[in-house]
Design a protein around this ligand. Sequence first.
Ligand code: CA
Length: 415
Amino acid sequence: MTLLKSWIETANDPEGPFPLNNLPFGVFSHKGSRPRCCTAIGDKVLDLGGMQRAGLLKPLGLTEPALNGFMEKGPEAWSGLRATLFGFLGEGSEAAGMVAPHLYPQGEVEMHMPFRVAEFTDFYAGRNHAQNVGTMFRGPENALPPNWLHIPIGYNGRASTVVVSGTDITRPVGQTKTPDAEVPSFGPSKRLDIELEMGAVIGQPSEMGRPISVAEADAMIFGYVLLNDWSARDLQAWEYQPLGPFQAKAFATSISPWVVSRAALEPFRRSTPPREKELLPYLAEPGPMLYDIALSVSLLPKGRRTPTTICRTNYAEMYYSAAQQLAHHASSGCAMRVGDLLGSGTISGPEKDSFGSLLELTWGGKEPLEMVDGEERRFIEDGDTLTLHGHAQGDGYRIGFGECAGMIRPAPDFP
Ligand code: CA
């Protein structure tokens, strides 16, 4: 696969995030207009809702302020729209004159939540992250729980606080207890952190009581987003036993505004790493189910101009794929819904500068990170902005995800 050329010149930049090969889906508004579905091409947003209203596209739910209606139409509709857009936007297209009125400069639009999150499940499927966090919380001998190499473990999170990139995040307040304190206390988290993850967006439902194969699960995935699973480590350390994260994660999860389709990522499929323990047959993958997606995180301290890149890693570092996680999720008979969001788990590479959380990067706050302007960070401070970036690198083109950013506001006064 090489660059597919478009008559929109900015889409042909080999380092641009949105060539014709990509066509990610999102929801936008322009100068206060009603939000509707769109795609990105070069430095423009293409108003798919407006094109549907003008009769240029079939009724596919694109005038809605969320992608859920379009996702419900199913995989044939998804690939059909992609093929239609190739025709409209490809170099030499005779439809350019009809399409042009539906283009808006990206700098003029507001991006909204791309879909209504039905439910949010977060996994713990990165080998290096589980090893690192387990070592800090339980010691190196007990780092990996006994089930870890057999089950993609996860917990049911909150859909209500999944927000789009650019939304400010309020520092959570909660109950904590340091090891040397006799009683717990209540107040703002002092160990606020990120988790660099990818989110799989489920575009087709499954029936309650009916397990699905990994292949079926893969076909149900509409696309992927960048996902920051904000985490309060001090709340987490006190509350997590024996049921896992609760309030430490419930206050916010940020996602990128663009959902990159499975079709756009097809050339970047990679196999999961070699199994350390053979998996049970229901988790067997029929083919490569991970993707080669370069990921990074930057931290911009309050009042500063230059962000510091604090981590570089790759989605292919995961031990379990989203398709395996989804198949496991449905295996008990749990029904999956259109708009379900599955967090991959923190994506940490093997090296110190490839860890996907501050907890790991500063080893529990013991080894502060130095910012380019001389400040130090152990955990996130008020006014800091954390931004996730991601792209797949093709032959002369890139599939970009845009960015997933959030700034931390001070904790509220508690009555
Ligand atoms: Ca997580």
